[in-house]
Unconditional design. Structure first.
Lengths: 316, 193
């Protein structure tokens, strides 16, 4: 411990004592300590200032993320207060957080979480793992920005107040519908379950890209300037949305792609190497149970599966 | 250089230190981190610079402050390198010239409140779980230390100790984001062992 660290520790102790209220006699000891050396005084001033500044954290009071555990145990009743949008949480004990940024509200999930939010207009948004959205609901507009990850929207249609989702350089406008939007970097996937959406490309180019329309049972794949609309069977559609129940459904997916999917949901990573990457598999799995997946791969495909340091390696 | 010649009492120097010098801490830490190899010594350097600047301010308030602060840092680093006896002259010439010359008052003077809140929130999340719980109850929810102790079912003394710890970590993290990220990564790696 350096002398400076000792000084800082003592200074912090004094600020903490002041924070609980000094006891009789303590203020004299404090004054003497402050007189002892300029270094003492400055370490004290620095920490006291920083501690006073931390009072700003009170701004997070209504954020569920900082909900104290006693409140959390009582249930989520208090959370509704948090949101300027009067958001209610439907998804049980799902963990997500919310913080005000300007006039907007930010929601984000950690790995493996998939809570459902309900906006004051009745619209429901289910967030998938590792997702962040920004919502801005005003009397005239409803805009949700998908910063990253994936979300499923059940929009209550309101012709006078369009509902739009911004994802990268795409704008998805709801025309009365249920759909999901997934963002992987600049690639945006829109799965339309019911109704109709319009997808615009936001560009600064002089020639605007024509919007595409997609109806229920279709998927829109957008990357760079390209957009593809493709029909999907009922089964494919429900597979794409199976994450909403915590499941991953694969149909003829390569092992490498399947591993990428699992890795979106878990801290423990799956790494597939060599020829095993191209083996195609199908099946449905719990997104949070990669051990079961690894066992199946070992038993059914006869691949080598080893686990070290929280990583599962699969090879032939 | 504007010099105030009249004697200043300590309280007003304290005030000056809090309102003028401390807001430059982030910039100072970046400057030190770029120019001093042993990062474990940086908090120590910072403290020594503060002492020098504070004592100088009793004679006259340095103005403009930021170049003076960096220059003081530079002199201190050169002193230390001289003492260590193992340094080539070129190293000394390299220290922080660009920063000193480029030291305009800068926007760091007033970090937007929102940005600071975000920074603090990030710092809060890096605290160890128990410490974080104490700080959240005390600072976010505004319970007194005594109430925090009662809520968590721990001794008041423990709460006080956690406040000490949390306060130091918050101060370090808000003044030195990069340093605290590195420390956080180290903690994370250790916890993986």
């Amino acid at each position: 411990v350096t002398p400076n660290e000792k000084t800082e520790q003592t200074a912090a102790q004094w600020v903490a004592r002041e924070d609980r209220g000094l006891r009789p006699g303590e203020d004299a000891v404090l004054s003497a300590w402050l007189e002892e050396a300029t270094g003492n005084r400055l370490a004290y001033l620095r920490l006291r200032t920083s501690w006073e500044n931390s009072a700003r954290l009170a701004a997070l009071q209504n954020s569920p993320r900082f909900c104290d555990s006693t409140l959390a145990r009582r249930g989520w009743g208090r959370l509704a207060l948090a949101a300027v949008l009067a958001v209610a949480v439907l998804g049980g004990g799902a963990l997500y957080y919310l913080a005000r940024q300007d006039q907007q509200v930010v929601y984000a999930t950690r790995l493996g979480e998939r809570p459902t939010l309900r906006l004051s207009d009745g619209t429901r948004i289910q967030l998938n793992t590792d997702t962040a959205v920004r919502a801005s609901i005003t009397p005239a507009t409803r805009t949700v920005t998908l910063e990253k990850g994936e979300a499923y929207f059940e929009v209550v249609h309101d012709a006078s107040r369009p509902f739009t989702v911004l994802a990268g350089n795409r704008r998805i406008t709801d025309l009365g519908t249920k759909f999901s939007v997934r963002r992987d970097g600049d690639k945006v996937t829109v799965v339309v379950k019911e109704g109709r959406v319009r997808v615009d490309t936001l560009t600064s180019a002089p020639i605007p890209v024509a919007p595409v329309y997609a109806e229920g049972g279709h998927v829109v794949l957008a990357k760079a300037d390209e957009m593809l609309v493709a029909p999907k069977s009922e089964k494919d559609l429900s597979d794409d949305l199976s994450w909403r129940n915590g499941m991953l459904v694969f149909n003829q997916k390569t092992l490498a792609d399947a591993a990428d999917e699992f890795n979106r949901y878990n801290n423990k990573r799956i790494v597939v190497s060599g020829a095993a990457r191209d083996i195609r598999i199908g099946g449905s799995f719990r997104a949070d149970n990669i051990e079961v997946f690894a066992q199946l791969v070992r038993n059914a495909l006869g691949l080598k599966v080893t686990e070290t340091n929280g990583q599962i390696d699969i090879s032939q | 250089v504007i010099v105030s010649l009249h004697a200043v009492d300590r309280q007003s120097v304290d005030q000056w230190f809090v309102t003028e010098v401390l807001p430059l801490e982030q910039a100072l830490m970046r400057f030190l981190r770029r120019n001093w190899r042993d990062h474990a010594e940086i908090a120590d350097l910072r403290q020594e610079i503060y002492v020098r600047v504070y004592e100088a301010a009793h004679r006259e308030r340095p103005h403009p402050l930021k170049p003076f602060l960096f220059q003081t840092g530079r002199n201190l680093m050169i002193d230390r390198l001289r003492q260590s006896n193992v340094v080539k002259i070129e190293t000394m010439d390299d220290i922080g010239w660009l920063d000193v010359l480029d030291a305009d008052p800068g926007p760091e003077q007033r970090v937007a409140a929102r940005q600071e809140l975000r920074r603090m929130q990030a710092a809060l999340d890096e605290l160890p779980p128990r410490c974080r719980e104490v700080i959240v109850l005390r600072r976010v929810h505004g319970f007194s230390q005594r109430e925090v102790a009662a809520k968590m079912g721990i001794k008041e003394e423990t709460v006080e100790n956690q406040v000490v710890k949390g306060m130091r970590m918050l101060a370090a993290a808000t003044s030195d984001r990069r340093g605290s990220l590195i420390a956080g990564a180290r903690r994370f790696l250790r916890s993986k062992d």
